[in-house]
Design a protein around this ligand. Structure first.
Ligand code: CP
Ligand code: NVA
Length: 318
């Protein structure tokens, strides 16, 4: 059907390796253009709207998406949970049908992965997952751009994830493996990457020959790592479990001493927002940290995604 031909972006696993590479290089291309003061000359989405259907807070995802929409001449329409009828007077099906009938794309930040799937099922325009409980593809694309810029290349690097096993690492691991980066994931004892994500990771690993290692020891992950990454230990929606989660992650804070076993010149990354539980100030604000250039790169990732899915209607430039 026509609806099933639409390209959505729910997770990095929706993308082939060449498609991911295309997004990363288009993001770099647009960044260069913008930095050199050359705004895009054509506004291919002038007169169009892009909906931002957000049921959770956001700084980076909202700002980058609104900026990316403006870059192509589109108007971004922020629809927060207190703005529209969804969840109070109207169901997701009706909301999806209506929003997609009047816009050119929907960036959606919802709780459940199944909500994103429902949006994809009924939307007549591309759906971009702007973070759900299981995936965060925009962050992973941004992180690949940041790593490529920092190291010049991605192949053969080692990325250590020390933290929770949910949205950010799920897409980051798949993206890194696709780009030839080996990944070592350290999580607390009874916190594990889902079997589905492990299976996808193993498939990608066979394709690109980058390895994935799962451990419960932060030191195993950090040893000789080129990049150490973490995220909050208490994700949005988990506030009631704060005490329990912080106790579980008490040995998982990124410190300079942990960094001392990483590769010389290692870099620290974090999707933000950041709390002190997961990383000390001296690492977060120190010479190894690239968190602010990383945050800025969210803009170029959003530009690349809108270009591929909306401007080019699902064609990825080689
Ligand atoms: N990294 C990220 O997605 O940040 P926001 O929650 O502020 O959008
Ligand atoms: N894991 C975090 C990411 C925020 C960008 C959360 O879900 O809240």
């Amino acid at each position: 059907s026509e609806l099933s031909a639409i390209r959505h972006l729910v997770s990095i696993s929706d993308l082939s390796t060449p498609e991911l590479r295309s997004l990363v290089s288009r993001a770099a291309y647009h960044k260069k253009l913008i930095k050199s003061g050359k705004a895009s000359t054509s506004l291919p989405l002038q007169g169009k709207t892009i909906a931002l259907l957000f049921t959770k807070r956001s700084t980076r995802t909202r700002i980058s998406t609104e900026g990316a929409a403006a870059y192509f001449g589109a108007h971004a329409m922020f629809l927060g949970k207190d703005d529209i009828q969804l969840g109070v007077n109207e169901c997701l099906y009706d909301t999806t049908k209506v929003i997609s009938s009047m816009t050119s794309c929907i960036f959606a930040r919802v709780n459940k992965h199944s909500d994103i799937q429902e949006l994809c099922r009924y939307s007549s325009v591309p759906i971009v997952n702007a973070l759900c409980d299981t995936y965060h593809p925009l962050q992973a694309i941004c992180d690949m751009l940041t790593i490529k810029e920092t190291f010049g290349n991605t192949k053969g690097l080692k990325l250590a994830w020390i933290g929770d096993a949910n949205n950010v690492i799920n897409d980051l691991a798949i993206a890194a493996l696709r780009m030839g980066i080996s990944v070592s994931v350290a999580t607390p004892q009874d916190v594990n990457i889902s079997e589905h994500v492990q299976k996808v990771a193993e498939e990608v690993s066979e394709e690109t020959h980058a390895h994935i290692e799962l451990t419960h020891d932060p030191k195993i992950a950090a040893a000789n790592a080129d990049i150490i990454v973490t995220d909050t230990f208490v994700s949005m929606g988990e506030e009631a479990q704060t005490k329990r989660k912080l106790a579980k992650f008490q040995d998982f804070q990124i410190t300079s001493s942990l960094g001392s076993i990483a590769a010389p010149g290692w870099k620290f990354m974090h999707c933000l927002p950041r709390h002190k539980f997961e990383v000390t100030d001296d690492v977060f604000y120190g010479k190894h940290s690239i968190v602010f250039p990383e945050a800025e790169n969210r803009l170029y990732a959003a530009i690349a995604v809108i270009e591929a899915l909306v401007v080019n209607k699902g064609k990825f430039i080689e």
